[in-house]
Every structure is written in C-alpha cells, then in structure tokens.
Write a protein that binds this ligand. Structure first.
Ligand code: FAQ
Length: 335
C-alpha cells in the first residue's frame, strides 16, 4: 500500500525507526475542519502552534481592553455633565467586561488568568499601542469612542468568524458593545462641533493627535507582519492588517466630513482607479518604539495597572475566604 512513511536506516543499514510524514488522524481532522470553515472547540485536538497563536493574540487583545480602561477612566471625575459621566462609567465598565470574556476564552486554551496577568504586569505581554498616548482634553474621550472603538470594531467584526469557537462567540457581544461605544463617541463630538469655537478647536486637536495612532492600531503592513500569513491560513484572522486599515480609512472620511473636522493627512484623497482613499505614510518607527515600551505613557499605564491589581488583593482574598466558607457549610449540610 502507498504510504508516506519513511524507514530510517542506521549507519549499518539496519532499520532503525519509522518516521511518518503523513498527518496523524487528529491533525487531518483539524485541517479538514479548518478547510470546511468549521469551528475548533476547547475539547478538540489542535496543533500546539495554533493554540500558542491564539493565546498570544487573545492575551494581547484582553490586555488592550483592560489597559484601555485607563485613558478614559482618567476623565470619569472630570466629565462635563452627569449624563456624560454615566455614559463614560458604563463604557469603561464594558471594556473591563470585554477583558474578562477574553481572559475566559484564553482559559479554555489552558492559560490561566494569573499567568496572563503575570505577563502583562511584568511587561512581557503586549497590549494595543494606542493606549500609550495621553488623553489631554475632554474631546479625546469622544475621539477614543469614534476612532479607537471604530478601529477596534473594524478589526473585530471579522474575528466573530474566527476559527476558534470561544473567541469567535465572545467577539459577537464585544462588537455589539463596541458599536454602541463608537456611536456615543461620535455623538459627543457632534455636540461639541455645534458648540463654541474653543470646543471645535478641542475636537480638531484631539483628531490631529490621535488619527495616525489609530491607523497604526491595525498592526504592521502585511509585508512586515510575521503572524498574518499563518493566522489567515488557520482562519484566526480573516482580513489582513492593510485591508482592514483601508476599510477604516474609507469608512471614516465621510464621517469626518459630516462632523466638520479635517483628518490630518495632506495625502488623503479619493483614488478613482482603486475605488479607495489613498493616505500618507504611517510612522512605523514610532509605532515600534511604543510597542517596545517607550511610548509617552507606557510606564505610567503599567504602573497604574499593577497598583490597581495589588490594591485589589484584599477583594480577591475576601472572595476566596467567602467561597471556602460556603463550601464548608455545604459539606457540613451534606454530611
Ligand atoms: N499594538 O504579525 P502581526 C480596543 C504586535 S481593543 C501593539 O500583525 P497579529 C478596545 C503583534 O501583537 C484593541 N502591538 O500580529 C477598546 C505582534 O507582536 P508579538 C486591540 C501590536 O497578531 C477601545 C507584532 O506586533 N485589538 O481597542 C499592534 O497577526 C477603546 C506583529 O504583528 C485587538 O487586539 C498594536 N496596535 O496581528 C478598549 C484585536 N499591532 O505577539 C478601550 C485582536 C500589532 O509577535 C477603549 N488582535 N502588534 O510579540 C488582532 O487582531 C491582531 O493581534 C493584530 C495584530 C491585528 C492587532
């Protein structure tokens, strides 16, 4: 019978071992499911590299949600009205919830929340570059909703079709909530753009500072993205970094026109032949510098995050003590 198995002879020519190039049954089943656009579930066999890629991406994503609470959280006590404060508290809380869904998705892959947090707090794990820039005025909060959540949705809608079941299902709810976040940010900016000259100037200033950083959120150009090809082959990523960035630019230009702000890019213009907007050069040196920990707020964000975790130790201790007591009581009653 035809087989791809190889008999490896030792130096004397004696048969030493049988090494198979053929995929194992489990591997073949995995590949067939990916090929058929099915979902891989936690109990299914998966290649170690697939598991690691997911843990890496979900870790980066979960940490982004949690660290992403900080720049906006800074404005809760300074929101201009009770209504804006209530909306912002709810939004920041939603981002915390997204982090929790994602840490749970990573747990199904065998990585505990403690391990993930250790990675974040020691500076080993990444989170989105965008959260290492300061939020200098109230308009930044609106721009985070409009552009940062807008970029996040663009990137995350395709993740609802990710090949790993728990991640794809978590993304459905996350996207619904991010969509609300995006609208509330845009609405807050619309109100400011109908206000005083000073308010309009604040919005334009926030857009000027954050526009390019939002374009960089989609990750390096496809040609320089080490994980894209395999991520796409496995159906983890569905649309490439550059394609998503282009979709974001195309969707945002008309929104900026309605808002009455100028996107800070002299090269931004409609290209009839491509059917897309052309845009200028992203500063990738600055992006990598920020990703590597040297952006304007990296150290502050990490320190705040570590302090919040340490300050919350008593809550975790109390919850565990309570759970222990409940368990002891249940055992006594059962005895
Ligand atoms: N910042 O080969 P690729 C949000 C890293 S959620 C920092 O292209 P991949 C919600 C990348 O990790 C925003 N690092 O990698 C919110 C990799 O590093 P590694 C986050 C970045 O994974 C809104 C290296 O560069 N969303 O905003 C960034 O195939 C408002 C090579 O890159 C997600 O995480 C970056 N921008 O594609 C919260 C979505 N870009 O691991 C509060 C899920 C790339 O080799 C307020 N993630 N890197 O050390 C993804 O879709 C993907 O992971 C990409 C990167 C597209 C981000």
């Amino acid at each position: 019978m035809y087989t791809q198995a190889m008999d490896i002879p030792d130096e004397s020519g004696k048969k030493l071992a049988s090494v198979s190039n053929a995929p194992s049954e489990q591997e073949a089943a995995f590949e067939a499911r990916i090929e058929a656009d099915g979902r891989i579930e936690p109990q299914d066999w998966m290649p170690e590299a697939y598991r690691k890629t997911l843990v890496r991406q979900i870790s980066q994503h979960a940490h982004s949600e949690i660290v992403g609470m900080l720049p906006e959280g800074n404005w809760i006590s300074r929101a201009p009205s009770l209504k804006r404060k209530a909306i912002l508290i709810a939004k920041v809380q939603d981002e915390g919830g997204h982090g929790l869904y994602l840490y749970s998705a990573a747990e199904t892959l065998g990585t505990s929340r403690e391990q993930m947090l250790e990675g974040l707090h020691s500076g080993k794990a990444k989170y989105s570059s965008i959260f290492n820039y300061p939020t200098l005025n109230w308009a930044d909060v609106g721009v985070i909703g409009w552009l940062v959540d807008g970029a996040a949705i663009m990137n995350q809608i395709p993740l609802c079709r990710c090949s790993y079941g728990p991640y794809s299902r978590a993304m459905i709810r996350v996207c619904k909530e991010e969509s609300f976040h995006q609208r509330q940010g845009y609405e807050a900016l619309l109100v400011m753009m109908q206000g005083s000259e000073a308010q309009k100037a604040m919005v334009q200033d926030a857009v000027n500072r954050l526009w390019w950083k939002c374009l960089a959120m989609f990750g390096p150009p496809d040609a320089d993205s080490p994980h894209s090809a395999q991520g796409m082959r496995w159906g983890i990523k569905r649309i490439s970094n550059d394609e998503l960035r282009q979709k974001f630019v195309d969707a945002t230009v008309p929104q900026a026109k309605v808002l009455g702000v100028t996107l800070p890019d002299p090269d931004l213009k409609w290209n009839e032949a491509r059917g897309h907007y052309d845009y200028g050069q992203i500063d990738w040196a600055e992006f990598w510098n920020t990703v590597e920990g040297n952006g304007p707020c990296n150290k502050e964000r990490l320190a705040t995050r570590v302090k919040a975790h340490n300050d919350g130790q008593w809550v975790r201790d109390a919850a565990q003590a309570y759970a222990r007591k409940q368990q002891e009581r249940a055992m006594k009653e059962a005895a």
